[in-house]
Design a protein around this ligand. Structure first.
Ligand SMILES: [Zn+2]
Length: 287
């Protein structure tokens, strides 16, 4: 088990919270702590947005990019918004689900190779083919529920499908997200796994209030984790309805995992099947 390290955010955003994000990190040797700075609530004074992309300072490496609602106006809205009717429902692919591949012979290796072939390479993992591009080169800024987030371009249409689903089906369970975290450039797993955040196919929603009770302290010591509850749904701020909306379009919720990482969704579906027609929306498998 790795102890959390403390760092300071250059723009003074740090709230001092140490987030163990399983999404983040929990290997065969146990969960790994990951620092995650959490932005203040929307009403708080908003500092400058973090530096993104290749210019990321090394000290930011182990931190996913978290963008604030106020950054939305400065980002480019995603193109090709598709009507919900264009979205295919699909389940996560079984061999990519963490609890499955950790049990299978070379299951982790197979999952890494699939992700490398499908989304691009991450340094030090998988066997990229000749001319293979790094996954980070396919990361784009998009929005989800009005918030900016940086994700792999192939999963942007799936996020759009989830967003439309939430708007249609979750009206009775209103929830406003304040912070999202998408791509990150350092692996926060140990023991040979690779976080889906490195491929740009995972998204965390409000890490400060959606728990990770299977992680190390302080996350496992959240009062919500001690609460008497029937399911993990009762230990987070996000409505269960959101989980079902994500799951309908190929995302896996890590709240189901032993890590109980309720903030985290990862796209484990087939990106070529997100939409009914490949010609409807850009950002699919075209590049
Ligand atoms: Zn995550």
């Amino acid at each position: 088990m790795t102890r959390p390290r403390a760092t300071t955010l250059a723009h003074g955003l740090v709230l001092g919270l140490m987030v163990l994000e399983a999404c983040a990190g929990a290997p065969s040797l146990g969960p790994v702590a990951v620092e995650l700075t959490v932005p203040p609530p929307a009403a708080a004074p908003v500092p400058p947005p973090p530096v993104l992309g290749p210019s990321l300072d090394a000290s930011f490496d182990s931190r996913p990019e978290i963008l604030l609602a106020s950054d939305a106006a400065a980002t480019t809205p995603p193109d090709g918004r598709a009507p919900l009717s264009a979205c295919n429902e699909q389940p996560p692919q079984d061999f990519l689900v963490r609890s499955n591949f950790l049990r299978a012979p070379d299951g982790n290796g197979r999952s890494i190779q699939y992700r490398t072939d499908t989304y691009g390479s991450v340094p030090g993992f998988g066997h990229p083919g000749a001319g293979a591009l790094p996954a980070r080169g396919s990361v784009v800024t998009t929005t989800f529920m009005g918030l900016p987030v940086r994700m792999h371009k192939k999963v942007v249409p799936a996020l759009r499908c989830v967003e439309e689903e939430i708007k249609v089906t979750c009206g009775e369970h209103p929830y406003t997200a304040h912070a999202l975290a998408g791509v990150r450039f350092n692996n926060t797993y140990r023991g040979g796994e690779v976080t889906n955040h490195m491929f740009g196919i995972a998204i965390d929603i409000d890490p400060a209030i959606n728990t990770c009770c299977g992680c190390v302290k302080p996350w496992s010591s959240s009062p919500l984790c001690a609460r008497k509850a029937k399911t993990e749904y009762d230990r987070m701020a996000m409505p269960e309805c959101w989980v079902h909306a994500f799951e309908r379009y190929g995302f896996y919720w890590l709240g189901h995992d032993v890590l109980r990482d309720t903030m985290h969704y990862e796209f484990l579906g087939d990106p070529a099947k997100i939409q009914r027609s490949a010609t409807v929306v850009g950002g699919g498998d075209g590049g």
